[in-house]
Design a protein around this ligand. Structure first.
Ligand SMILES: Cc1cc2nc3c(=O)[nH]c(=O)nc-3n(C[C@H](O)[C@H](O)[C@H](O)COP(=O)(O)OP(=O)(O)OC[C@H]3O[C@@H](n4cnc5c(N)ncnc54)[C@H](O)[C@@H]3O)c2cc1C
Length: 308
């Protein structure tokens, strides 16, 4: 292990981590950023991003992330292509162990994001971005006048379905059981929407289509019978999993594993800050993640000025 004690280590190279890096580097904190197994984060998996301000014609997700990376490097961020395996926040300086090295640091910004949960169907990942999505806010616009299905029966699924009715001609909610997990109020809102239909007691067993989605294969949960259902899109709304497992209980997490934030950026450990989707199950947008990265870097700067 190198004995040098760094000012800050940023874990994650999505919009939250890279924006934190831009601010921290410009503040001459000399941040080290550990990119993880998915350099650039979730936007690397998409094509057009049409809602990130400053790009009136839209920008491809990978191009946006390449720009953010360049901007962070321009001001001196050191980006390590490594993955964090464990951390020790029990004493200062904090220790961070990756698959290749160990770091000592005065502060940490956790920006590991979250991943959508998928149904794990044979053709689901192949058709991702080709009609299969897990983000209505991001992709709903591309489904104008199409008939789409939503997989899931909780509040988030109801919200996604209601949002999608702005664009889609019809939204069919597919639920494995007779009862929906959603709260009564969310369920009645969805039921009152004339564009939403419900099919219960069905399991989606595959997504159909060659270049783009053409439908889904359904299996009746009661009879076991299978049939194909034609649609122009499938939204999976069965929750997200934040990437917090390696923290091993060293900061407070909520029941679903999201980091708990107080005062905008602080974790339960002094000197460990949080930014982006790793703590956000509500907004989950690139711009909000970038904004959170900004706040975390500014708070790190203030913390270093007062604590060292
Ligand atoms: C298909 C798709 C389309 C989207 N479209 C839009 C859109 O149009 N507009 C919009 O605003 N938002 C969109 N989003 C949402 C947006 O991508 C996220 O809100 C945003 O990327 C969250 O940023 P983040 O930095 O918090 O996390 P992420 O982007 O999830 O980045 C997390 C980073 O943490 C790293 N990491 C994780 N674990 C470790 C570890 N152990 N060690 C080191 N690093 C680690 C990963 O490698 C990754 O670099 C879309 C998401 C998806 C999936």
């Amino acid at each position: 292990m190198n004995d040098e004690v760094l000012n800050t280590v940023i874990i994650g190279s999505g919009p939250a981590g890279l924006t934190a890096a831009i601010y921290a580097a410009r503040a001459e904190i000399k941040p080290v950023l550990i990119a993880g197994l998915n350099p650039g984060g979730q936007l690397m998996q998409t094509t057009e991003v049409e809602n990130f301000p400053g790009f009136p014609e839209g920008i491809l997700g990978p191009d946006l992330m390449a720009n953010m990376t360049k901007q962070a490097e321009r001001f001196g961020t050191k980006i390590m292509q490594e993955n964090v395996e464990s951390v020790d926040f029990s004493a200062k300086p904090f220790k961070i162990k990756t698959d290749k090295a160990e770091y000592l640091t005065k502060t940490v910004i956790l920006a590991m994001g979250a991943e959508a949960n998928w149904l794990n169907l044979p053709n689901e990942q192949r058709l991702r971005g080709k009609g299969v999505s897990a983000c209505a806010t991001c992709d709903g616009f591309f489904f104008k006048n199409k008939e789409v299905v939503v997989a899931g029966g909780g509040d988030a699924a109801m919200e996604e379905a209601i949002f999608l009715t702005k664009y889609a001609s019809k939204v069919t909610m597919l639920n494995r059981t007779e009862e929906f997990r959603a709260s009564k109020i969310m369920l009645s809102r969805a039921q009152a929407n004339p564009k939403i239909e419900f099919i219960t007691n069905v399991q989606i067993v595959d997504v159909l289509g060659d270049a783009v989605i053409s439908g889904v294969r359904l299996k009746d949960s009661v009879t076991g019978e299978e049939r194909d259902f034609v649609c122009g899109g499938m939204f999976v709304a069965i929750g997200h999993s934040p990437s917090t497992k390696f923290l091993n209980g060293q900061i407070e997490l909520d029941q679903k594993g999201y980091a708990i934030v107080k005062n905008n950026t602080e974790s339960s450990v002094e000197g460990v800050f949080i930014a982006g989707d790793v703590a956000d199950h509500r907004y989950r947008q690139a711009i909000t993640a970038a904004g959170a990265g900004t706040m975390a870097a500014l708070d790190v700067e203030k913390y270093l000025a007062h604590h060292i």
